[in-house]
Design a protein around this ligand. Structure first.
Ligand SMILES: CC(C)(COP(=O)(O)OP(=O)(O)OC[C@H]1O[C@@H](n2cnc3c(N)ncnc32)[C@H](O)[C@@H]1OP(=O)(O)O)[C@@H](O)C(=O)NCCC(=O)NCCS
Length: 192
């Protein structure tokens, strides 16, 4: 959505005023770059000590449960155009997280690219980039582990744990998530 059409929406729908202002003053100010001020509803905590790039028309919900987006020092989070982040979501970039365009993130999803703790003394803790391509839908309660990548248009079923690579245009489910079936989706189609 362009700045002009966003301003028009804000003026014609009073309920849009607060989310738009919060996006401009809060998230917009935290970001390293922002294509248009995100729309923020409820409790959303965004901290950026690295590089946070926000694409156009991002919506983030923080009600009834708060959402946290954190970019640690030296890390990068890129969010494409038209993404939606539902409530209770945890996104923490300790290395690099890339969300493509039109990514739909369900409630209570976790996308964290840093294990935070070592498993045993002989191994470094795992910190590895996560990539989520255009038009991916993460169902409720999905956990995306460090190093995971999900191809465009794919759907991850509610409650799944994603590690490794999930190809484009599939439904995947379970822990770890496995491909259930392929999806017939033409180029350019967007999920609503
Ligand atoms: C994955 C989903 C989209 C259904 O896709 P579908 O292609 O219609 O799948 P089906 O319901 O036909 O199920 C296909 C198989 O996947 C399994 N499956 C479906 N959802 C699953 C899940 N969340 N976890 C594990 N397995 C699941 C089914 O049990 C079935 O297995 P079977 O073939 O052995 O019987 C749906 O189950 C889902 O998880 N939706 C997310 C809803 C959500 O989180 N909404 C919140 C708002 S964003």
């Amino acid at each position: 959505m362009s700045l002009v059409s966003r301003a028009r929406t804000v003026l014609t729908q009073p309920g849009e005023l607060l989310p738009a202002v919060r996006g401009m003053l809060g998230a917009g100010r935290q970001a390293t770059s922002v294509a248009s001020p995100p729309r923020i509803r409820g409790k959303v905590r965004i901290t950026n000590s690295g590089h946070l790039h926000i694409g156009r028309a991002l919506t983030v919900d923080g009600m009834p449960l708060p959402t946290k987006i954190e970019v640690r020092p030296g890390a990068e989070l890129r969010i494409g155009t038209g993404c939606f982040v539902n409530y209770g979501v945890d996104i923490v970039a300790g290395s690099a997280i890339t969300l493509g365009d039109s990514v739909l993130i369900g409630p209570l999803v976790s996308i964290v690219d840093d294990d935070m703790h070592q498993i045993e003394p002989s191994r470094e803790r795992r910190v590895a980039p996560i990539t989520i391509a255009d038009d991916v839908w993460l169902g409720r309660g999905v956990i995306v582990l460090p190093g995971a990548s999900i191809g465009e248009h794919s759907v991850i079923a509610a409650g799944s744990v994603v590690r490794g690579e999930i190809p484009a245009r599939v439904v995947a489910a379970g822990s770890p998530a496995r491909v259930l079936r392929e999806l017939d989706i033409p180029d350019g189609w967007r999920r609503i």
